[in-house]
Write a protein that binds this ligand. Sequence first.
Ligand code: URA
Length: 262
Amino acid sequence: MTDRAALLAALDWQIELGATEAIGDAPVDRYALATTPAAAAAAPVPPAAPHPAEPAAPPAAPADNVAEARAIADAAADLPALRDALARFDRCDLKQGARNLVFADGDPAAALMILGEAPGRDEDLQGKPFVGRAGQLLDRMLAAIGRDRHADDPARGVYITNVLPWRPPQNRDPKPEEIAMLRPFVDRHIALVDPAVLVLMGNHACAAMLGRRGITRLRGQWAQAAGRPALPMFHPAYLLRNPAAKREAWADLLALQARLGP
Ligand code: URA
């Protein structure tokens, strides 16, 4: 067997065992590794320090990233253009670690738009929001009020997206600077879909659109976000961990149904 064939066979064997992600049990600080003599010898030569008389180049300021994101997002005339613009946007490091861009699912003509937090593993693999366990619960919650992301009729449809379109490593929480950088794309997304009602699923969607956290207090209280009524709700992943909170989620679903009408 050639080395290549042996490596591929070893990889197949690991995948069969369920090792589908290239991560170790313990984090490896590769910056520290680069300082060991062997690694340092192989490390690329850093750029020369600026001459004392030259001003050092400023680090990429988050404000620049946000301004660029805003300009690119606002220039998108329709949803395919916005998707394309996000796919080409290179300022967010999350993109490097993600397998797929997770843009949206459902019917953009629907009156209801749901804004979640960020893709998890299943969403990253399939390139669609809310397809894992939390997504299956979301589908059942929506079905309980007669909504379905696959419905042909926009009156029964729903459109689903996330604040972040790329999976954060190890499913960590989104960072405030990531939310700030990608918020222009979310704003444009909402403007292009123009839903009658928004649902903000969980703390991070509330942080992005309302600048507030504390979902236990926010949930069920209608707010305004992106110029339209917005209902903060418990995230389905939270409901999976805290089934007792489904009672409040049910009350919120009924309030949503009443607002949307028959
Ligand atoms: N949780 C989210 O907030 N979004 C997804 O797409 C999946 C899980």
